[in-house]
Write a protein that binds this ligand. Structure first.
Ligand code: ADP
Length: 242
C-alpha cells in the first residue's frame, strides 16, 4: 500500500494528571491510507492519547500536528475542521432526536454551515456507510448497543474527517456484531478515511490494522507491522504481566 501525506504527527507527547503520569515521551505518525491499531493494557494511556489527538485534552509537553497544523494553536472546535473526528467509548446520542437528525446536527456543527434541511439530506451518506440507513427515522432508544455504536461512527463521519479515532468502538459486542463492525470500519477506510483504532481485542486489531502502536504505562513500547509487534516478547510480557 502506497502511503500518502502525514495526517497526524505526535512528537514527544507527555501528559500528567497531578502526580499521575498518563503519557511520557510518545511519538508516532499516522499517514493517509493507514489503519493504526493503538493497543496496550488497561491504564496504559490509550484514551488519554486519543483525547489529545482529538483536541479534547492538552498535552503537558510535546506537540501534535494535524495535517500540518499545530494542534496547540487550534481551539478545540477547529480540530474537527483540521480533519480529525473521534468516537467515545460510551455513545451519547441526543435521545430526543431521530437517528437522521443526530447525524444532521453533527453535519451542521462539523462542516461548512448549511440549513437543517440540507444537513438532513446529507445525513443519508454517513448513515449508509455504517449501514443504518433503514433506521434513519428511529429514535436512539430503539437502537441496540451495536447500532448505537454505529450511529456514533456515522456522527463522527459527518464532520468529513481525514482521520477517524475509534475509542473502543467494539466494546460489549457479540461475535456477529464484531464481524459487522469490522466490515463497517473497512468500508469507512475504503471511502478514503484513515483510522486509529483503540481496541483490546487483539484478534480484531490484527485483522484490521496496517500498523500497531503499543503503549505500556504511558510509553510507546512498540510500533510496526502487526504480526511482528504482536509476537514481540516485550509486548507479550506487557499483556501477560511480568
Ligand atoms: P487506557 O485508555 O489505556 O486504559 P487511560 O488513558 O484511561 O488509559 O489512563 C492512563 C492513566 O492516566 C491511568 O493511570 C489513569 O488512571 C490516568 N488518568 C486518565 N485520565 C485521568 C484523569 N482525568 N484524572 C486523573 N488520572 C487520569
Amino acid at each position: 500500500v502506497a502511503l500518502g501525506e502525514v495526517l497526524i504527527e505526535c512528537r514527544n507527547v507527555a501528559r500528567y494528571f497531578g502526580g499521575v503520569r498518563a503519557l511520557e515521551d510518545v511519538s508516532f505518525t499516522v499517514r493517509e491510507g493507514e489503519i493504526v491499531g493503538l493497543v496496550g493494557p488497561n491504564g496504559s494511556g490509550k484514551t488519554t492519547l486519543v483525547s489529545i489527538l482529538s483536541g479534547n485534552l492538552r498535552p503537558t509537553r510535546g506537540s501534535v500536528q494535524i495535517a500540518g497544523n499545530d494542534l496547540a494553536k487550534l481551539p478545540p472546535h477547529r480540530v474537527a475542521h483540521a480533519g480529525v473526528a473521534r468516537t467515545y467509548q460510551i455513545p451519547r446520542p441526543f435521545t430526543s432526536m431521530t437517528v437522521r437528525d443526530n447525524v444532521a446536527m453533527a453535519i451542521m456543527f462539523g462542516r461548512s454551515p448549511r440549513s437543517l434541511a440540507t444537513a438532513r439530506r446529507d445525513a443519508a451518506e454517513p448513515l449508509d456507510v455504517v449501514g443504518l440507513g433503514h433506521l434513519a427515522g428511529a429514535y436512539p432508544d430503539k437502537l441496540n448497543l451495536h447500532q448505537r455504536q454505529l450511529l456514533e461512527i456515522a456522527r463522527a463521519l459527518a464532520a468529513d474527517p481525514k482521520v477517524l479515532l475509534l475509542d473502543e468502538a467494539l466494546a460489549g459486542l457479540n461475535p456477529a456484531e464484531i464481524d459487522n463492525a469490522v466490515e463497517v470500519i473497512r468500508r469507512v477506510h475504503r471511502s478514503g478515511v484513515s483510522i486509529v483504532i483503540v481496541e483490546h481485542l487483539l484478534r480484531v486489531v490484527n485483522q484490521l490494522a496496517t500498523r500497531i502502536v503499543v503503549l505500556d504505562r504511558g510509553t510507546r513500547l512498540a510500533d510496526g507491522d502487526p504480526r511482528e509487534v504482536l509476537t514481540d516478547p516485550a509486548v507479550v510480557r506487557a499483556y501477560l504481566g511480568k
